[in-house]
Write a protein that binds this ligand. Structure first.
Ligand code: AMP
Ligand code: MG
Length: 402
């Protein structure tokens, strides 16, 4: 049996960067930067006001209070988007708005709530408070300096990254291509959820489940028709899926049963394959194949095993194909609200709920066919073989929806 770490390494080594494309910034959320980008301008780009008010010299207002206001002579108005004209000298000020450039001579902004003008005379501004030097001024470059890195190659692009890139003068960025992933479900007992069930049949659920996690991994999933347990049908389905995708994920048909055709089908297609019994519960059988240089991930059919092996072994590879620098599942710390035990000799990824207070509980039935518990779970806790964790113990929860 292979350890999880060895299996992840092998899975990663079967995946290579697909390629890159340069696309408009607005469509890059969730994609991975293919290049380092730097700020073309500083942020802020110039000293500007953080408030609506008046640009002043702080020393003119030293000691000013409501009881002893100071009158300043207003030289003009600086609307946002304009360049100030003139200099604020002793005893003067200029009307200013949030984002307007600070005029020459001024070193603070007094907010308008601390000023008043008399009706009919907006040239005389009565200030009722003092301001410290640089108060209410946003300084050039205090956020980002020109030339600073704004995104690193391999980083996942978020809404914040997009805002930063746009603000520093980028309208497009080079990102990794999204892998097209064909989803093939095998099993003669499987039927589409749209039909009725005959005795012995079940509704097929892995393609929809896997399509959702592939999309969360930023891949482009395509489900293919259900494949009955026949070698010819499996070969035909895989051939089509490989022709149309960058990677193929199958479910079912990878154990050692008489009706398990995924491995012989890969061989028929001239591909290579590794079959592993990964030392993990749920999961165990897993096939890593390559056909025409494209990876095939053969997951076990039990829905929970399929999801867990996807998260542990396929997700990292799909991220690597996009150029991601961090291919690990995100995790959060939590405290156990109950005992969790693993009496088996394989690592057990226990389905859990992690609540807003950080408390961790079993999500219910833990056997590998049990979707009821899986549907309630938002994380997995990795329990070593033959271990027992007590109530109150700290644990790390791998997040199912990363
Ligand atoms: P297998 O890995 O093909 O031996 O399947 C293991 C178990 O998972 C069996 O009970 C199958 O009926 C079930 N199973 C396999 N594929 C699917 C699927 N796509 N949707 C739901 N259950 C499945
Ligand atoms: Mg089967």
């Amino acid at each position: 049996m292979l350890s999880i770490a060895e299996a992840v390494d092998q899975s990663l080594s079967a995946a290579a960067l697909l390629g890159t494309e340069t696309i408009p910034l607005a469509g890059t959320a969730g994609r991975f930067a293919a290049v380092d980008a730097i700020a073309n301008v500083a942020l802020p780009g110039f000293d500007n006001s953080a408030m609506d008010g008046y640009a002043v010299r702080s020393r003119d207002l030293r000691g000013t209070t409501t009881e002893s206001p100071v009158a300043l002579s207003c030289l003009g108005v600086i609307p946002a988007g304009t360049e100030p004209v003139g200099t604020v000298d002793e005893g003067t000020c200029m009307r200013i708005f949030t984002g307007s450039p600070i005029p020459q001579g001024a070193n603070a902004v007094i907010m308008q709530e601390d000023c008043r003008t008399d009706p009919g005379d907006d040239r005389t501004v009565h200030c009722t408070d003092s301001v410290k030097p640089w108060e209410n001024i946003r300084l050039k470059g205090e956020d980002v300096r020109e030339g600073d890195p704004v995104v690193a190659a391999g980083a996942r692009i978020t809404a914040g990254t997009i805002g930063l890139l746009a603000a520093t003068g980028h309208n497009s960025i080079e990102v990794g291509l999204q892998p097209k992933v064909g989803l093939v479900a095998t099993g003669s007992e499987l039927v589409e959820p749209t039909s009725g069930l005959k005795p012995g049949e079940i509704y097929e659920s892995n393609r929809a489940l896997l399509a959702s996690v592939v999309a969360q991994t930023n891949g482009l999933p395509t489900p293919y028709p259900i494949v009955p347990d026949s070698l010819d049908a499996t070969v035909a389905a895989l051939e089509r899926a490989f022709a149309e995708n960058d990677a193929v994920v199958t479910s079912g048909g990878v154990s050692v049963g008489d009706h398990d055709h995924v491995k012989p089908a890969i061989e028929r297609l001239g591909g290579s394959l590794d079959f592993w019994r990964v030392a993990v519960k749920p999961g165990k059988p897993f096939v890593l194949g390559q056909v025409g240089g494209k990876p095939l991930f053969g997951l076990p059919g039990n829905p929970v095993s399929a999801l867990v092996t996807y998260l542990l072994l396929v997700r990292p590879a799909l991220l690597k194909m996009q150029g991601a620098s961090d291919c690990r599942l995100p995790k959060r710390p939590g405290l156990l609200a109950q005992v969790l035990a693993n009496q088996g000799d394989r690592r057990h990824f226990v389905r859990v709920t992690l609540d807003a207070d950080g408390l961790v509980r079993s999500a219910g039935g833990q056997r590998s066919h049990m979707l009821g518990g899986l549907a309630k779970a938002n994380g997995l806790v990795d329990l070593p073989p033959n271990s027992r964790l007590a109530k109150g113990d700290p644990v790390e929860v791998l997040l199912i929806e990363g």
